[in-house]
Design a binder for this molecule. Sequence first.
Ligand code: HPA
Length: 275
Amino acid sequence: MDKRVFDEALASLPPALHAAKPFAALLLGSGWNQAAAGLRIECEVPYSDIAGFGAATVVGHAGRLLLARTKRGGQVLVFCGRRHWYEGCEWEQVVMPAVLAHRLGAPVFLVTNAAGGIRASLQPGDMVILRDHLRLSPLTPLRGPHDPEFGPRFPDQSRVYDPALVELLRAAGARQGLGLTDGVYVLSCGPAYETPAEIRAYGILGADVVGMSTVPEAMVASACGMRVAGVSFVSNMAAGVTGKLLDGDDVVDCAARHAGRLSRLVLDFLDLLEG
Ligand code: HPA
């Protein structure tokens, strides 16, 4: 990755962000944007105003960075929407939220997404706390000359998702009376959905949910030394699990129906983290 892209992005942010003392950063994916409404917004920057980032192009991705305060008064960075590898952008844009969160001093990075359910016991509307992931392709933002900002040359991947934060997400779910399950996320490159044969194979390999994001950002955030947490919202059952054909509009509709619950989980997580 070319670090000058991150240097320029950082330099283009308003002074309020440079002065911030965030206790966490959130990356809100499809369906999760409503969480921002439960926070007091202090500063808002469209992604298109951040040098080298570019506007979010995918439906459901608002494309703005917020500096906001929780009810308890702590500051958080909120990245509403993400850039994906399949959009044709470079790794710098895909992992921009993780690197900016790190450079602005956030010690915790919560990454959220919409995903297809592979495990048969899941159903649309469920939330799955990420315990681990599978990156079955050679795609990685850490390819290229080694840079110590992103940890050692060979960063350990045994605990990309911080076990204590997994428990905190579980406790946040319990506040809503939900016994949230945890699981393994598999990265699919997109933009095509998977074939039923691919989904059967992913299931055999131990994946519970599938999506087109999250893994690059989580890898970089953890390599930078942040504690990472992740949660998927099951917007549909993956290809072939029910026989129903997949449609991006269903993902957006399902997310809209469950937006209130997703938002409460994020806000309760922040409350427990801060408390
Ligand atoms: N596959 C990949 N990505 C997704 C899916 C899916 O079924 N649902 C939401 N994002």
